[in-house]
Design a protein around this ligand. Structure first.
Ligand code: ZN
Length: 68
C-alpha cells in the first residue's frame, strides 16, 4: 500500500466516502467509494460503480390546458 494511495483514500473518506463491503476483485483489498467512484486502497484500481438514483425528482410536465 503506497502512501499516496492511503492519502487519497483518507481524503476520499474525509469528503464523505464510505468503505465498500465488497473487496477489490483484483487483490481482495479494502475499497472506498464516493459518488459511484470506488478506489482500492491496496492496489489502486479504480472502478466506476453503477450508482442507483437516490431520489428522482418528479416534476410534472407542464401540460398546456386548452381554454377558451
Ligand atoms: Zn485492489
Amino acid at each position: 500500500m503506497s502512501k499516496e494511495l492511503t492519502k487519497k483514500a483518507v481524503e476520499m473518506l474525509l469528503r464523505g466516502a464510505t468503505l465498500l463491503s465488497d473487496p477489490c476483485p483484483y487483490c481482495k483489498g479494502v475499497r472506498v467509494i464516493k459518488d459511484g467512484h470506488a478506489l482500492c486502497v491496496s492496489c489502486g484500481k479504480e472502478d466506476m460503480q453503477k450508482v442507483l438514483p437516490k431520489d428522482k425528482e418528479k416534476s410534472e410536465p407542464e401540460t398546456p390546458l386548452a381554454k377558451f
